[in-house]
Design a protein around this ligand. Structure first.
Ligand code: GTP
Ligand code: MG
Length: 556
């Protein structure tokens, strides 16, 4: 009967990201912040490339299934039942439009056994679409329910806590540095959420395989770059390179066979037609995929849909290699120094709380642009916390060479070649300086370039100019209008001022602690009066503090 139950139960509360999966970052976090540069270098040498992490995650996902079950399902019976098909390596329960379990078997053969035993659902009035996938439902004729060992109590939503709860939590911390690390802990993707994301890619791959058996689907963007917040969208990329590469194999002489293939007028046209059919396939045959929209005329054509069993908003693209490279680059920067991720999380969260970023497309600054702004700021510290993209390119080896559509996307992948300078600034100092830096930045004249790590003259008159790291003639923030930039600058000024007030935690017996430090910064009502103070926009916060002190002296 049951094979040995090698179940390693995942604690749903355990926080950790893709990085935590490698069990390195936590020690790294504590050892690096401004203390032990040698230890940090050693840790960095042990870091896996994004490519290696993804390969491991993909392999896990291939051995996994997603099972819809009742919230009163008895966990022990459920596991006993499944382990008839083989050892279970990991599993966890979560809620998304009902209760689900992600189950990872130790061997892929277990899936075949599971599928053989699975039944086809019987429907009375409608017809079923005969597409089998690794999304299953647990049915029960006997009693699987019991008051003990029910999964309902251990389930957690795969979304982040509401901002008011976050503010309460941060208010209880003792320093701004602790508030910043705590925010990252709460918001970053959990181990479980990362697994779920790779499983959804793997399920999508099975659908795409109906047309392109050799294709793979890769996650990119914040799901894998280390800056993902629970609840962020799942950006996916249909990778057909495996197919094109085979076409490139040409013998030098003699006979050979080649595939007959249709030709289209442009690569964009090919991408559009592929996404169009995959979009239809997802819409009509993909279990759990709803609200499919084909947005094929966008600069980067995509298929958008909701994957209900995971709750993810999914964007599927194809032929989007530069975005993959940007993802690798962001991941690398995030791995170099823990302060990078902490600051990016904090700034992203702050920006969202103040409506500087939005989930709706428009003239807002995007999370990607904001991340590049944080990276640029960290390159401008003295000494710099992270190297420029040109530095990273100079360290690249022959296998790192990458040219995409004529753009040089080469940068080093071996972390051990990167030697950082010793900068010991605290997170509090950096956050404060970030606001000060952008409150006084010459946006009217200068462009932000992480490739050069310095301000460049603005080549065009867009209000905000952030050079695209790999396509240097492009501006990643060209959608941003003057109003939005002004709002960003104004909120930076106010936030810088608020942070310099040196407020601290005040115990509030029996009541929720008063928001202070970062917690206060996340409250738009605290960072108030922005419109009224707009005229003083270019005045540095330190000047305003000086004048405030002067006025206090006069009053006294
Ligand atoms: P959230 O989804 O907001 O959490 O962040 P994200 O980083 O995933 O951003 P988004 O989903 O908008 O984009 C996904 C990825 O596409 C980013 O991480 C970048 O790698 C890339 N990307 C997005 N916008 C741009 C852009 O304007 N230029 C370039 N080169 N890449 C971009
Ligand atoms: Mg995204």
């Amino acid at each position: 009967m049951a094979s040995s139950l090698a179940v390693c139960r995942l604690n749903m509360k355990a926080r950790g990201s893709l990085l935590k999966f490698l069990q390195k970052v936590d020690t790294f976090v504590h050892r690096t912040i401004g203390t032990n540069v040698v230890a940090a270098q050693e840790e960095r040498e042990g870091c896996k490339s994004l490519y290696a992490v993804e390969a491991e995650r993909q392999e896990q996902a291939e051995r996994s299934v997603l099972i819809s079950c009742h919230s009163r399902t008895n966990e022990k019976k459920f596991l006993n039942f499944l382990s008839r098909h083989g050892d279970i390596n990991k599993y966890f329960f979560y809620e998304s439009y009902g209760m689900y379990a992600l189950v990872e078997f130790t061997n892929q053969e277990s899936l075949s056994s599971l599928f053989e035993a699975a039944a086809i659902p019987s429907v009375s009035h409608e017809s079923i679409v005969p597409f089998k996938s690794r999304l299953l439902s647990l049915r029960n004729l006997g009693s699987m329910e019991s008051p003990n060992h029910q999964v309902g109590q251990q389930c957690q939503l795969q979304t982040s806590i509401p901002i008011n709860k976050l503010i309460q939590r941060l208010s209880r911390e003792e320093s701004i540095d602790q508030q910043i690390t705590s925010l990252t802990d709460v918001y970053q993707l959990t181990e479980e959420n990362s697994r779920l994301r790779f499983l959804v890619c793997s399920l999508l791959k099975d659908i795409a395989a109906a047309y392109f058996p050799e294709s793979t689907i890769k996650a990119f963007g914040s799901s894998v770059n280390g800056f993902g917040k629970l609840g962020c969208d799942l950006d996916m990329f249909l990778d057909l390179d495996g197919i094109s590469e085979k076409c490139a194999k040409m013998p030098r002489s003699g006979l050979w066979l080649e595939y007959q293939m249709k030709q289209a007028i442009s690569e964009r046209a090919v991408t559009q037609s592929i996404l169009s059919v995959i979009g239809d396939c997802v819409d009509q045959f993909g279990p759990g995929c709803v609200g499919v929209q084909k947005i094929l005329n966008a600069r980067c054509p995509l298929v958008r849909f909701t994957h209900q069993p995971s709750g993810f908003q999914c964007d599927l693209t194809a032929n989007n290699r530069v975005a993959i490279k940007s993802t690798e680059l962001l991941y690398l920067y995030g791995e170099l120094d823990p302060r990078v991720r902490h600051l990016v999380f904090t700034v992203r969260c702050w920006a969202r709380a103040h409506g500087i970023t939005s989930s709706i497309p428009g003239a807002w600054i995007t999370n990607f642009s904001l991340t590049v702004m944080v990276l640029f700021f960290l390159q401008r510290r003295s000494p710099p916390i992270i190297p420029t993209l040109d530095n990273l390119r100079d360290l690249a080896g022959p296998t790192d060479k990458s040219v995409i559509e004529g753009n040089d996307c080469t940068f080093v992948s071996d972390f051990s070649k990167i030697h950082l300078q010793s900068n010991t600034e605290t997170l509090e100092k950096l956050l404060c300086e970030f606001f000060e830096f952008y409150a006084t930045f010459a946006f009217n004249k200068m462009s932000i370039s992480i490739r050069k790590g310095k301000e460049l003259n603005k080549p065009e008159m867009a209000p905000l100019h952030i050079q695209n790291p790999f396509e240097s003639s492009l501006n990643v923030s060209k959608n941003v209008n003057v109003t939005q930039l002004d709002r960003f600058v104004a909120v930076c000024q106010e936030s810088s001022w608020l942070l310099q007030q040196k407020e601290t935690s005040t115990p509030n017996e029996g009541k929720a602690p008063t928001p202070w430090g970062l917690a206060a910064l996340l409250m738009p009502s605290k960072v108030a009066g922005i419109k009224g103070r707009k005229k003083r926009r270019r005045e540095p916060a330190s000047e305003r503090i000086k004048s405030l002190l002067e006025s206090l002296k006069t009053t006294n």
